[in-house]
Ligand binder design. Structure first.
Ligand code: DLL
Length: 455
């Protein structure tokens, strides 16, 4: 199945310096704008023809079939958000008959309402090409061996990178997450050159390799493609020390396609090239909703004109970053986004799992004796992020302290799919908010504990 001009006008195979799609990734800004405008117009026409919430919003904004929408009009078009996907869960926003969907994926941590996304065969091809671009940007070649330790399953990380490695012609080792001893054996025996996983798991693996006595020079890896959670340049330095890799950042989200929306190049390691021929990117001012200028942080917002099953117009991601249209040492002309610097809502990403403080609250308050005073502490002092849930309980429950903490930890694991350490504190310990919004979460990046008694 073809996407507009195809996945790559070059046929999408290896080109200059290991670039997967030299034509698409290196075209002039004007040429790309022409491609984007054509695709945007097709998308608007398609959404109007299919009907549904996006069509209603377009019509309400005065856009009818046949409208000569230009790129300059993008900022005036209606937006979409996670709420729309939840409201139309599971298949209410499909732009194709359900039978054309060959796979579904989704994101974790949303409790009873997973964010479910759907792919046609063509969407899977597009996704594979996007991940192949990202892997190639990290120095992966058709002869590479990719140790893929992103989780396989509903999460997009494992299967997205898997298909991308195959599209590139590399050898993929679908090791998925966990079973670290087995991972060490495979790293030793298969001698992969590329590691793909979350940055926190990369630290874990690196430390396990060290503990197993494998010396750094004996490790075959030379690049790591790390994403699915926020990480800093400080962690990049630590990772490059721990493992013999150049570490690059890969960004994506299920709603847009999964991994492969943007990736750093190994030449510059400085900003993530957005595959903007397929994912039109804007950064929106959080207060006004208007596009911010290059270099000014705003909410990353993507339009996916070539996706078939679930095309989204101006999807507001909640992730904050800035854009840099300037030239890059690698020769790609694709705009670069900064690392994600934060979220507009209070969603946390802990070890690759999305956590909403509101879900933590739901679990806590479902337990008799737990008071509505809690604090979610994300301990980021070390790369192996810990999630601490501090809560108060009434006197009677307090005598059952350890049992309550264990029961809550179990319930949180069930709901979030993530291990949290529950700390029960005496009544009155968690700070109260008298004015403005309650502060339910704290990022502990160093210094004194945010609450007495935490360690
Ligand atoms: O995390 C897709 C992915 C898989 C990206 C593997 C990269 C590698 P979701 O589970 O839907 O999809 O979570 C998406 O994770 O909105 C961000 O908040 C966060 N995120 C993803 N990549 C990065 C990154 C995948 N490189 C949510 N830096 C996004 C910071 C990231 N945050």
């Amino acid at each position: 199945m073809v996407h507009g001009g195809g996945l790559g006008s070059s046929g999408g195979r290896k080109g200059w310096g290991g670039v997967f799609d030299p034509v698409a990734e290196g075209m002039s800004v004007d040429e790309r704008a022409a491609v984007q405008q054509r695709r945007l117009r097709e998308l608007v026409g398609r959404l109007l023809a299919v009907g549904g919430v996006q069509a209603e919003r377009l019509r309400a904004a005065g856009v009818e079939a046949g409208a000569a929408v230009t790129l300059a009009d993008l900022a005036e078009l209606p937006t979409t958000s996670k709420l729309d996907l939840w409201d139309h869960y599971p298949f209410g926003m499909l732009a194709v008959p359900r039978e054309h969907v060959v796979a579904v994926h989704g994101s974790s941590g949303t409790g009873g309402r997973p964010t479910l996304v759907a792919y046609t065969r063509g969407d899977l091809e597009l996704w594979a090409a996007m991940c192949a671009r990202a892997l190639a940007a990290a120095g992966t070649t058709p002869g590479s061996i990719v140790h893929n330790a992103y989780g396989y399953g509903l999460f997009t990380g494992g299967l997205g990178i898997h298909q991308g490695a195959i599209a590139l012609g590399a050898t993929v080792v679908p090791v998925s997450g966990g079973f670290t001893q087995r991972q060490l054996t495979l790293l030793r025996d298969l001698r992969p050159d590329i590691l793909t996983c979350t940055p926190s798991y990369a630290v874990y693996l690196g430390e396990a390799l060290r503990a197993a006595g494998m010396d750094r020079d004996g490790i075959s890896l030379r690049a790591g493609v790390f994403g699915a959670e926020p990480w800093t340049d400080g962690l990049r330095a630590q990772l490059e020390e721990l493992l013999p890799v150049k570490a690059v950042d890969i960004y994506g989200l299920s709603e847009v396609i999964g991994p492969g929306v943007a990736c750093e190049c190994i030449e510059a390691q400085s900003g993530l090239h957005v595959n903007e021929d397929h994912f039109l990117v804007e950064t929106l001012d959080i207060d006004t909703g208007r596009p911010t200028a290059p270099g000014v942080p705003g909410e990353l917002t993507f339009t996916t004109p070539t996706k078939q099953a679930l095309p989204l117009l101006r999807y507001r991601t909640g992730d904050v970053a800035s854009l840099d249209p300037g030239p890059c040492a690698c020769g790609r002309t694709l705009v670069r986004m900064s690392k994600v610097t934060g979220r507009v809502d209070d969603m946390l990403v802990v070890r690759g799992v999305n956590v909403y403080p509101s879900e933590v609250e739901a679990v806590l308050l479902a337990h008799p004796g737990v008071a509505p005073h809690y604090l979610v502490v994300v301990d980021r002092r070390t790369p192996a992020t810990r999630l601490l849930v501090v809560c108060e309980v009434d006197g009677e429950t307090r005598t059952a302290g350890a049992q309550t903490a264990d029961a809550l930890a179990d319930a949180l694991l069930q709901r979030l799919g993530l291990h949290a350490e529950v700390v029960i504190v005496p009544p009155g310990t968690v700070p109260r908010t008298e004015v403005g919004k309650a502060r339910r979460r704290v990022d502990w990046t160093g210094g004194e504990p945010p609450l007495a008694g935490l360690s």
